[in-house]
Write a protein that binds this ligand. Structure first.
Ligand code: ADP
Ligand code: MG
Length: 286
């Protein structure tokens, strides 16, 4: 069993009428099964309303299944007695950094999680130190979070999760409110945590450029997982992605159009370097 295992997950939101009776239900996640291994970097794509956030909230037991089962580090999220362990093992980072920062000084904010866990003070400082280093924010430890840029705030929020030493981090559109610079900072931080600290990463995003380094990409539509594979496999299916109202990276689209015009390029080109290489090879052949 992987670090996260989701089996036949169904989640339905109840809609209530004025008297509080359940009027109808909306099926937000529909029969999803996933097995995520320790250290994997998983990207989740999908149009608005496809069920990404609802699925993600099951990974740290904010929601529990209507049907099916979710296990984190082998523990069933539906069991009350497991919640503490699960929350510690699977940290969450949300879209808006302002809603996640509570401390008035960066280091205080980052120490909040471990403090809540009852970690001895001396160890808290070590953890805060390491976490701030890991996200490249150690120089700001005494600063007020208010004065930081969006990208910096989001890195502090990530440090707050890292300080709890979780095995997985789930990031639900962490870059949606950031400028391009902030987006780059956050993605670089997440990649480094994954590569150096072997933290399992589940990154939900709208930005195609952010998923090309993932080990695996999952596409959701209408509550279901509709595509699953290596980034290259996923982006080879330009038409299919478009049918799920998703874009492809600009360079992938360009390569796809050139191929349609008759250039013998491979499918699923993801970076400018790859495209340039292939075009140069073609020139040599002519
Ligand atoms: P995504 O994160 O992919 O945009 P969500 O998981 O937020 O998708 O939403 C999936 C579906 O569930 C949508 O139809 C949405 O309207 C519905 N939904 C989400 N949150 C709630 C809620 N709190 N109450 C009722 N319906 C909800
Ligand atoms: Mg969402």
């Amino acid at each position: 069993m992987g670090i996260i295992k989701i089996k036949d997950l169904i989640y339905e939101y109840a809609k209530h009428d004025e008297e509080g009776n359940v009027e109808s239900t909306i099926r937000a996640v529909d029969q999803v099964s996933l097995d995520i291994k320790k250290g994997e970097f998983i990207a989740v794509l999908g149009h608005n309303g496809s069920g990404k956030s609802t699925m993600a909230k099951h990974i740290n037991a904010i929601l529990t299944p209507t049907e099916g089962t979710v296990w984190v580090a082998g523990k069933d999220t539906a069991k009350e007695e497991n919640i503490w362990d699960i929350r510690q093992n699977a940290g969450m980072v949300f879209q808006n950094p302002d809603n996640q920062i509570i401390g008035t000084i960066v280091e205080e904010d980052v120490g909040f999680g471990p403090e809540n866990m009852g970690i001895p003070t001396e160890d808290i400082w070590k953890r805060v130190d390491n976490a701030l280093r890991a996200v490249g924010m150690i120089a700001y430890r005494k600063h007020s979070p208010n004065k930081l840029s969006g990208g910096q705030k989001q890195r502090v929020a990530i440090a707050g999760v890292v300080a709890m030493k979780p095995q997985c981090i789930v990031l639900d559109e962490p870059t949606a409110m950031l400028d391009p610079m902030g987006r780059k900072e956050v993605i670089a931080t997440v990649r480094e945590l994954n590569e150096k600290e072997n933290v399992t990463v589940i990154l939900i995003t709208h930005y195609m450029e952010e998923v090309i380094y993932a080990d695996k990409v999952i596409v959701m539509d209408n509550g279901k997982v509709v595509m699953q594979g290596f980034p290259k496999e996923i982006f080879s299916n330009v038409e299919k992605l478009k049918s799920y109202r998703l874009d492809v990276p600009q360079v992938t689209e360009l390569a796809y159009e050139l191929k349609k015009e008759g250039l013998p390029l491979t499918d699923g080109i993801l970076t400018i370097d790859e495209l340039v290489d292939e075009l140069c090879q073609l020139r040599l052949k002519i």
